[in-house]
Design a protein around this ligand. Structure first.
Ligand code: PHE
Length: 457
């Protein structure tokens, strides 16, 4: 009844899984989103809550999500149906899979547009547009891009085509090699940027902003945003990691893999923050500048450092690759479901999914110009209409809700023996710690943050 391999293929080794899952986790969330939401939410205290959420909620739920995937070996919808059946539970648990597919479509719809910004910036870097950039001219350069829906649409289209092509060939081919080169290179370039920030930015101000908590600045909105981002950045709560877990060989250690993935993901985000905030403070920019923050700051660094043309181009190319490996995992659950349940060939399933995602993306394309409108979330003015709405809905609500349901299923509705068998931690303290986290700590934390945020709505 419970399969030992997936019909969509398998990772060849545990390392292949770690690389693929890291490719999913490390993306725009780390380099683009983490810095700008940290800037909007006052810095240090927000970062602290985010790190707490990654370790207390993110890690146990990632273990649960991988475990569920490996035990079910199918798309999240069918995995949850199979497991609910195997554990003698109600079929509604498959809603986790459906919710995840919807969240995946919503997230990729804007993710692709932002990845398009990164493609545009790679060309600008190469064309020398960053030379001697200042805070003011960086704003003009960015505004010229986001104010032009046709350009945004063109880059969004290119990125969606790239994603559809890769996913139609199966997630395994090439992903492992790509991530193996990509991650060290991205790391290296972030270190170059931190080096620049150290010599030419207000490094101390930047560090203070990131790491010295000011709890007065911590609103209920900041807390739910930090928790939501823990899910988003680790690709949790929507089935992406469950899908990748379904290709994981039975012998690989889930715990060790999870810790490695979470550490790498957090490190990349913190490095990006350490590169960006010193430049913010040295150039009279606003930490709360919003979704444009990375595109306003790093080009200044590239435009003023030796070798900036090369480094700048390379950096944005790598960012596009990082986004690519994440985008693939966002729609893999939907593609796998179409293959399993509708009997579609993989290519056909990929094209359908790609078209729907592309159409939805048009809402984000217009969010920064013709359709822009503002609203308040948590006392923070959001000015980018549908984009902000979709982002808040998915990251702050859908992913934590999906993660909560997975935690409840794994902690309360699966037989203890099933989870013990899958995690292979024995009966010792490590297993017991996971069990306490997944049964009590993680669910309670998510519920408390939700309640705390009710006042916002
Ligand atoms: N984790 C990815 C990032 O940080 C985004 C993502 C979210 C990917 C959810 C898959 C699922 O960029």
């Amino acid at each position: 009844m419970v399969a030992t391999t997936s019909i969509h293929g398998m990772w060849t080794t545990r390392l292949a899984f770690i690389l693929a899952a890291t490719g999913s986790a490390v993306g725009l969330g780390n380099v683009w989103k983490f810095p700008y939401i940290t800037g909007e939410n006052g810095g240090g205290a927000f970062v602290l809550v985010y790190i707490l959420c990654v370790s207390m909620i993110g890690i146990p739920i990632m273990m649960a999500e991988i475990m569920l995937g490996r035990r079910g070996r199918q798309s999240p919808i069918n995995t949850m149906r199979t497991l609910a059946h195997a554990e003698d539970r109600h079929g509604f648990w498959q809603l986790i899979g459906w919710g995840g597919v919807i969240a995946g479509f919503l997230i990729i719809s804007y993710y692709s547009v932002i990845a398009g910004w990164a493609i545009a910036y790679a060309f600008r870097a190469l064309g020398g547009s960053f030379t001697s950039l200042t805070g003011e001219t960086a704003k003009d350069l960015f505004g010229a891009l986001t104010g032009d829906p046709e350009r945004l649409l063109a880059w969004h289209t290119i990125f969606m085509v790239m994603t559809t092509i890769v996913i139609s060939r199966g997630v395994r081919s090439g992903l492992e090699q790509a991530v193996r080169v990509l991650m060290p290179a991205l790391f290296g370039l972030l270190l170059v940027l931190v080096g620049y920030a150290l010599t030419s930015g207000n490094f101390m101000d930047g560090l203070r902003f990131l790491f010295v908590p000011d709890f007065g600045a911590l609103s209920a909105g900041a807390i739910i945003t930090a928790m939501g981002h823990a899910f988003f950045t680790l690709s949790l709560g929507m089935g992406a990691i469950m899908m990748y877990g379904s290709y994981l060989p039975a012998s690989a250690s889930i715990t060790r893999s999870t810790i490695i993935i979470a550490l790498m993901d957090t490190l990349v985000a913190l490095l990006a923050g350490m590169a960006i905030f010193p430049i913010v403070f040295a150039n009279g920019l606003e930490p709360g500048a919003g979704p444009g923050l990375v595109f306003l700051t790093l080009p200044i660094a590239f435009g003023n450092m030796p070798g900036g043309l090369l480094f700048g181009t390379l950096f944005f190319v790598l960012l596009v690759f990082a986004a690519w490996t994440s985008a693939i995992s966002l729609i893999e659950p939907a593609v796998a479901w179409l293959v399993e349940n509708q009997g579609f060939a993989r290519v056909r399933a990929s094209v359908y999914v790609g078209i729907v995602a592309w159409l939805l993306g048009i809402m984000t394309v217009l969010s920064f110009n013709d359709w822009a409108f503002s609203f308040d979330f948590a006392g923070e003015a959001k000015t980018n209409g549908v984009f902000d709405l979709v982002d808040i809905l998915t990251a702050n609500f859908m992913l934590p809700l999906g993660g909560l349901a997975m935690a409840l299923f794994a902690g309360w509705f699966m037989a203890r023996a099933s989870t013990q068998d899958e995690l292979a931690l024995g009966q010792g303290p490590a297993y017991r710690l996971w069990r306490v986290l997944i049964r009590y700590i993680a669910p309670l934390a998510v519920v408390l943050v939700f309640f705390n945020a009710v006042g916002l709505l």
